[in-house]
Ligand binder design. Sequence first.
Ligand code: SF4
Length: 233
Amino acid sequence: PKKKAQQPDVLAEVSRALEIANLTPASNYINRYPHELSGGERQRVSIARALIQRPDFLLADEPISMLDVSIRANIMNLLLRLRNEYGMSIMYISHDIASARYVSDYIAVMYLGVAVEYGRVEEIIKMPFHPYTKSLIDAVPSPDPDWIHHELKIIGEVGNSVDVHPGCRFYDRCVFRKDICESTPPPVRAGPDRMYLCHFDQDGLIENDSDLNAEKEEEGEAEVMSADGEQGK
Ligand code: SF4
């Protein structure tokens, strides 16, 4: 006779997943309808549902964007606990670079569907190399009253992700661009714990900085004018 496949204890598995997601005691939640749960609890149920299969990898796509700010930290801490206690790998997708920093070890910064910079999150946030990452990080406000706000080095509007530029996808918005950027896709530049897509290294980007060059030109003109003025005395 055929052996009957062993059925998992569904109730026990659901309870286990709910409790891992901090919906405790599970018996309080197991028979509730969605409208009987708060936004944060519903998000925990979504995470619990993903945990049923005991995955090694969890894809969390904007898991906190629809939540009240007061409960965002709870969900981020839950993700960190899943990583630390269950050894789960998590891909966290977000528009919020501050929350990505909180939950991630590595970060890939995307622009028009391409990862333009990838590396250890702390390194990249402290010292971004790609012009888009630089402007993203400069746009994050800080509660520090001594924080010095850098002027955003970005121009134009977000490009069309279907009709992309033949060269660098960031060309239309980049203040460091040169002719080669318009026609040729940039190479991958690699460093310790870091990769980014650009035709220029950091020294090259400083040389290309149009604002900096304009300031230098103005300073040069001012010096010439003051020298002329002194000669005329
Ligand atoms: S390749 Fe050129 S346009 Fe693209 S990010 Fe680098 S400098 Fe800017």
